[in-house]
Design a protein around this ligand. Structure first.
Ligand code: HEM
Length: 382
């Protein structure tokens, strides 16, 4: 096993938190960090005490709520409207198209020389998949990706502060683009996800344009960088635990447990956020009403109170009660899609390459939200 060098490695810090300060404020008045599995699980489970309606922006500046940042009954209504489209049977239908896209990107990767896996594969693939669901034409993909990056990189400011001019501009341009699309879809219905949503009738009529826009934005935020993070996590694991690539090649039945363990080991959605709706005691610590709480998902997933030898990547770990896709009413809507994309990429990489190594293990960080912005790898064909 090669030596693991992680320059920006939050995992040692997480362990210290779990052992010495499982529920703590890193600075006075700041959010409460929750690091143990049991407590993160409790926060995600109890949506009444730990609200997802976290934004402090005035209601008139927020636009329509998205399901990720809303509580019942708004959350239930929004989730119910779109959940059919994310059911496994619907997602499986996209399998061939995703595989074709992945194979094309992987076929174009240069061998035996350094290549940035993020820009060549891990970022474009999830964008293409979401774009297809939203009916974005291939010619508009590049612009779509730029909007997505600008909005995602500003998510904190969008919720809690003043978004950058670039993020505002991206949001305005993207809204304009999708409003045009929605107008077109009202006249000429189509079978993709956005087309079906435009046509959806609810108890209170059709979904409004603003509600549809909010959903398009949510998919960008929730489904893009996270899936990119799963692909880069997998590549990093191939570097750190080279035998995993051989094991997968000789037994593709290991891929599902590989993906679950990759989600646990380098959780791409490393933390989320809640706001207390009342005073609550968690692990003996009193958290006042109205405070922000950060469940550290990546930390929970390395908790030795739940996982045997959490620092070891066990390709066939079972059971694997990780929280990488959330828990409770906000459990990842795109979980099946994320797993499918991960499975296809890992299968294609293992089929083509005998070794995947990081060009510079010091270059890429782990543990951030999503994945690293770049990841130079060297791919050696079989
Ligand atoms: C490896 C990739 C992914 C990871 C690790 C991930 C992780 C998560 C997590 C942890 C949550 C819960 C957040 C919370 O409770 O605050 C979540 C929610 C969500 N995810 Fe994912 N996700 C991934 C991919 C996707 C994809 C591909 C899509 C859609 C195209 C998607 C759509 C959503 C949506 C819509 C929600 C909000 C659900 C709700 O509020 O009810 N995710 N995801």
């Amino acid at each position: 096993m090669s030596e693991v060098v992680t320059p920006v490695d939050p995992y040692a810090g997480y362990e210290a938190l779990r052992n010495h300060a499982p529920v703590t404020q890193l600075e006075a008045g700041g959010p409460w960090q929750v690091s143990r599995h049991a407590d993160v699980h409790q926060v995600l489970k109890d949506h009444q005490t730990y609200s997802s309606d976290v934004s402090i922006r005035p209601p008139d500046e927020r636009g329509e709520p998205s399901m990720l940042f809303s509580d019942p009954p708004v959350h239930h209504r929004l989730r119910k409207l779109v959940s059919t489209a994310f059911k496994p049977a619907h997602i499986e239908r996209q399998s061939d198209a995703i595989r074709a896209r992945a194979e094309r990107l992987i076929d174009d990767l240069p061998h035996e020389q350094s290549v940035d896996l993020v820009s060549a594969l891990a970022a474009p693939l999830p964008v293409m998949v979401i774009a297809e669901m939203l009916g974005v034409e291939d010619g508009d993909l590049f612009t779509f990706k730029q909007w997505s990056d600008a909005i995602f990189s500003n998510i904190g400011e969008i919720l809690f502060g003043t978004p950058s001019a670039q993020a505002e501009r991206a949001a305005v341009e993207m809204d304009r683009y999708f409003l045009e699309q929605i107008k077109g879809l009202r006249e000429r219905p189509q079978g993709h996800l956005l087309g079906r949503l435009v046509a959806t009738e609810t108890e209170d009529g059709r979904l409004k344009d603003e509600e549809l826009l909010s959903f398009c934005r949510l998919l960008l935020i929730a489904g893009n960088e996270t899936t990119t993070g799963l692909i880069t996590a997998s590549a990093r694991i191939f570097h750190e635990f080279p035998q995993t690539l051989d094991l997968i090649r000789s037994n593709t039945a290991l891929i599902p447990t590989f993906i679950e363990e990759a989600l646990r080991y380098y959780s791409p959605f490393s933390a989320t956020v809640r706001r207390t709706s009342k005073e609550v005691t968690l692990a003996g610590v009193v958290i006042p009403e109205g405070d922000l709480v950060i469940p550290l998902i990546a930390s929970a997933n390395r908790d030795s109170r739940v996982f045997d030898q959490p620092e070891i990547f066990q390709i066939d770990r079972n059971p694997n009660p990780h929280l990488a896709l959330g828990f409770g009413i906000h459990f990842c809507l795109g979980a099946h899609l994320a797993r499918l994309e991960g499975k296809i990429v890992v299968e294609c990489l293992a089929a083509q390459f005998g070794a995947i190594t990081l060009a510079d293990p010091n270059q890429t960080e782990v543990g951030g939200l999503g994945g690293p912005k770049t990841m130079d790898v060297i791919l050696r064909p079989r």
